[in-house]
Design a protein around this ligand. Structure first.
Ligand SMILES: [Zn+2]
Ligand SMILES: [Zn+2]
Length: 139
């Protein structure tokens, strides 16, 4: 798992530092994580890591496109390792976030839109299954 992280750092022309490996491993483990979650997770393997270091490294990892920021309404941004374009199902109740392939989610009629669509990335807000179950058990 760490080897993969090391390889992607090299592939993006970045120096392999323990901080970057720790941060990327933390994000890889969680799938999507906000700054606090990354910091908390990173500290379990690297107790001396400061929040400022996490911020600084995340910024450079985004610049080199190794990481991707997912901006979410009324929530802190989450970060994920860059992969195929996809959309997110975001629960308004618990804030959980799930990947969904969106390239064929909408059948867009090219006759109506004079635009070459290459990728679709959306934030779709709603209520996840877990929270839905909670809601119905109360009634
Ligand atoms: Zn939920
Ligand atoms: Zn995602």
């Amino acid at each position: 798992m760490q080897m993969q992280v090391v390889n992607s750092l090299k592939a993006h022309g970045l120096k392999v530092t323990p901080q970057r490996v720790t941060i990327l491993s933390a994000i890889e483990k969680k799938g999507h994580a906000n700054i606090d979650e990354i910091y908390k997770e990173a500290k379990t393997t690297n107790p001396t890591m400061s929040l400022a270091t996490v911020y600084k490294n995340i910024t450079s990892l985004i610049e080199t496109k190794l990481l991707k920021e997912v901006a979410i309404n009324n929530q802190k941004s989450k970060y994920e390792l860059s992969k195929e374009p996809h959309s997110h199902l975001i629960c308004k109740e618990c804030g959980s976030l799930e990947d969904i392939d969106s390239n064929n989610l909408f059948t867009l009629n090219n006759d109506k839109i004079d635009f070459d669509i290459e990728e679709v990335e959306l934030n779709i807000y709603g209520v996840c299954n877990k929270c839905k179950d909670k809601g119905t058990s109360k009634n």
